[in-house]
Write a protein that binds this ligand. Structure first.
Ligand code: ADP
Ligand code: ASP
Ligand code: MG
Length: 507
């Protein structure tokens, strides 16, 4: 048998993202660093980091307080964040030289944050740009900390600001990547580091426009950063390291019997993420869906467990229900009345209005008599959407063609996700399960993709709805096709994917 000379064997490249929960304190950062160190022995690694847990929330609070002119509150938040990071530095970095370097780097980031807040206090105005600059400070604090801890463990590493590599549009707060430019930047900035055996530690969540203006990818966006870099560098795999054993059949905080899904398709994982599985940012699957790069979700605190493997088509054998999700911070808007049948283009006008106010419509349902249109939007967009709809239909309301435009903020969406669910009685079984607990289903929507069925229920019924549906579809029964772990530190080896077909990556 012919063997390849060692020097020509391409080392696997892994993108490893560590979420805030994996970087919550010095002990957790040490765990993450051990995983990176072991992976760096086997191949090339690009690390993507979130802010330490809770830090982004505090920064957003600081920005809000600055806008209201509350200088003391801002100072208190910065003091608290400074203490937390200093504590981590003291516990993790022992070399005097390294400690003074990292302390200086962190001080510069804190000073920039304080200047941004002072400007906001003076102007009493918080622009989207400034909001992005303040909310992204946490990643700029955690990345040097992780890089320095790696250096202490004799792993060559360098902090890389994502503004240098992730080029985005200018949609502040939920920017999307411009992949051609991002690819070029990754080749010129990250590839040389990898060739020199250096582990780049990239700030997640952040990007910059072509003009260099800082943007963010949306809350929880470091997952998205990881797959953007994975696609741009044509990585062998992307691993999302988090605080649970993988993508689970339901949020384990709501359904204690939830189990880890061994393998799932991109499509199903994307549906779970879209409908509220917080473990993945809703757009995480987008960059890799063109190029077939496997994505893993694994537990930083139990790296010996295999986690979930997300692949283009998922396991070949099973269709049916894979998981459940719920989103509670939503509101139901109803545009209705018997007269709306006669109102021209009521659907078109409704959705032109939601688009104009940039409301993300999560679910739509219309009664066949066309008497009611129900739409579910995120709570944050609810008030402005209803106001805009009332303006749009003002004349029709006066003439009672549209009888009511109502808002119910006390609802939630429960979604059942799976493959080939049509004809499998999923709707009937879910109805029956919910009926046993007298849960009232307010609206229902099924995508033509057969991948999801969503139910709108009262918020107080969510836990029962999830528990009952989880039991009905026996999702608590552990998947017997568990993938064996090949390496304790980084789990299933990337080498296996070398032979898997890849299609050319597209923008
Ligand atoms: P990280 O800090 O690693 O980004 P997140 O808090 O953003 O972590 O996401 C992990 C959390 O997502 C878990 O602790 C879990 O409670 C929640 N979660 C919600 N739905 C799911 C699901 N279906 N599978 C796994 N975790 C889920
Ligand atoms: N730190 C950011 C947030 O809290 C991004 C992330 O955690 O992925 O939203
Ligand atoms: Mg997250």
């Amino acid at each position: 048998m012919e063997t390849q000379p060692l020097s020509t064997v391409k080392k696997p490249l892994r993108i490893m993202k560590f979420g805030g929960t994996s970087l919550g304190d010095a002990t957790r950062i040490r765990k993450a660093v051990e995983i990176i160190r072991d992976a760096a022995r086997e191949g090339e690694v690009v690390v993507v980091v979130s802010a330490m847990s809770g830090v982004t929330n505090r920064l957003i609070e600081a920005a809000k307080q600055a806008k209201s002119g509350n200088r003391e509150a801002v100072d208190a938040i910065f003091e608290e964040l400074r203490d937390r990071h200093c504590e981590a530095v003291s516990a993790l970095i022992h070399s005097v030289e390294m400690r003074s370097r990292i302390s200086r780097d962190l001080r510069l980031v804190f000073e920039e944050g304080e200047r941004l807040c002072q400007g906001t206090i003076l102007l009493r105005e918080l622009t989207e740009r400034v909001q992005d600059s303040i909310s992204s400070l946490g990643e700029r604090l955690s990345a040097p900390l992780v890089a320095a801890t790696l250096a202490e463990c004799r792993v060559r590493s360098e902090t890389v600001e994502a503004t240098q590599v992730v080029v985005t549009d200018d949609c502040h707060g939920s920017a999307d990547p411009l992949m051609d430019s991002t690819r070029q930047r990754c080749e010129s900035c990250l590839r040389p580091l990898l060739r020199r055996g250096v582990v780049p530690v990239v700030t997640g969540f952040i990007g910059a426009t072509r003009e260099g203006v800082r943007t963010t990818l949306g809350r929880g966006g470091s997952d998205y950063s990881a797959t953007i870099l994975g696609a741009a560098l044509d990585a062998h795999e992307v691993i999302i390291w988090t605080d649970v054993d993988g993508l689970m059949t339901a949020d384990p905080r709501l359904v204690p019997g939830a189990t880890t899904i061994t393998e799932i398709s991109y499509r199903e994982a994307a549906e779970l993420a879209h409908f509220g599985a917080k473990v993945l940012h809703p757009k995480t699957l987008r960059p890799v869906s063109h190029c077939g790069i496997p994505l893993w979700i694994r537990n930083t605190f139990a790296p010996e467990r295999p986690g979930t493997r997300v692949t283009p088509t998922g396991p070949t054998t099973n269709g049916g229900v894979k998981g459940l999700t719920a989103i509670s911070d939503v509101a139901l808007i109803t545009v209705g009345g018997p007269g709306i049948v006669g109102v021209p283009d009521v659907l078109g006008r409704t959705f032109a209005t939601t688009a104009a106010v940039r409301a993300n419509v999560l679910l739509i349902s219309q009664s066949s008599s066309q008497n009611d249109i129900c739409l579910v939007v995120s709570s944050s967009a609810a008030e402005r959407t209803v106001e805009a709809l009332r303006r749009e239909f003002a004349q029709d309301l006066v003439h009672e063609k549209v009888e009511h435009i109502t808002l119910d903020p006390t609802v939630a969406i429960v979604t059942v996700v799976g493959k080939n669910m049509r004809g499998s009685g999923t709707v009937g079984r879910t109805f029956a399960a919910l009926g046993k607990g007298n849960v009232n289903i307010i609206a229902i929507a099924q995508g033509s993709s057969e991948c999801n069925i969503s139910f709108v229920v009262k918020e107080q019924d969510v836990k029962f709805a999830l528990d009952a549906t989880h039991r009905e579809f026996q999702l608590g029964v552990l998947d017997s096709r568990a993938i064996p772990v090949q390496s304790v530190a980084v789990g299933p080896s990337a080498w296996r994917y070398e032979s898997e077909p890849r299609t050319a990556s597209a923008d």
